[in-house]
Every structure is written in C-alpha cells, then in structure tokens.
Ligand binder design. Structure first.
Ligand code: GCU
Length: 138
C-alpha cells in the first residue's frame, strides 16, 4: 500500500516549535523540540486497515549529545528510546525507521524526547501500512 507523508509542522506539538532556520526540510518547516524530557510531536495517522506499519522519521541532529525518543501509538508505548543518531549537521536529514501496529482509521502516533536534550529536529514521518518496503532495488 502507498506511503503517506505527515509533516511535523502540521502535527500537534508540546514543548516544541515550528522552525525553518535550517535548509533541506520538506513542506514549510520542521519541528524544533525544546531541550527537555517530555517534549513531543503527535501525528494523526490514518491506516486503511489494522496491522503493522513502517514509520520513517526524517530528522536532522548535530551531535555531541543523544536524542532518543519513545514512540507511542494511541497512548501505549510501541518503541522505547528509538535511536536518532547524529546526522552530522543540522542541514543533513536522515531517516530513523521503526515498525508499529496501527488500528484501522485514525491513530495518534507520538514521538517524545526521553532525555533533557529533547528530540532532534523533526521534518516528517512517512507511514507505510503493512510494512511494504518501497525502497527501490539497487
Ligand atoms: C541548535 C539548532 C536548532 C536545534 C538546537 C537543539 O540551536 O540551531 O535547530 O533545535 O540546536 O539543540 O535542539
């Protein structure tokens, strides 16, 4: 099934703000998490049917600290401390991938910072139902 891109700047934010001061984002900007535990971005994700879905979080993050985040689906922790390793600069965007289960219809997918550093700069999440691999063959 097709993938859908959800822009972080259109999501529900807590202790996070929309920014555009680093290039390379999609849409109209990205989300800058406040450097605090618990800051989050919550996407409202539609799934055509219940089942697994791949989440590709597009982000940028310049070390030296660490920026893991918990991923919850409809209030339940799906993935603890998903890694967001450094991308090398705030203008270099990469993808952190995980797989979760979604219910049919509307789902709340939240990415919450688990350290005092807050989250990375988050551009979007691409949701691919049923874990279809859309990566082109090499
Ligand atoms: C820098 C950078 C921001 C980033 C912040 C952070 O200030 O310009 O885009 O969000 O660091 O550490 O979170």
């Amino acid at each position: 099934q097709a993938s859908t891109v959800y822009e972080a700047e259109s999501a529900s934010l807590s202790q996070a703000t929309v920014a555009n001061n680093h290039t390379g984002y999609t849409g109209t900007g990205f989300v800058d998490y406040t450097n605090i535990v618990g800051s989050y971005v919550e996407f409202t994700v539609n799934a055509p049917a219940a089942g697994s879905a791949r989440l590709d979080f597009r982000y940028a993050f310049d070390a030296p600290d660490n920026r893991p985040m918990d991923v919850t689906v409809n209030g339940t922790t799906a993935v603890s401390n998903l890694g967001f390793p450094t991308t090398g600069s705030w203008t270099t965007w990469q993808v952190a991938t995980t797989t979760v289960n979604l219910k049919a219809g509307s789902n709340k997918v939240r990415a919450t910072a688990t350290t005092a550093n807050g989250g990375p700069n988050l551009d979007n999440v691409t949701v691919t139902p049923n874990n279809v691999d859309t990566t082109p063959p090499t």
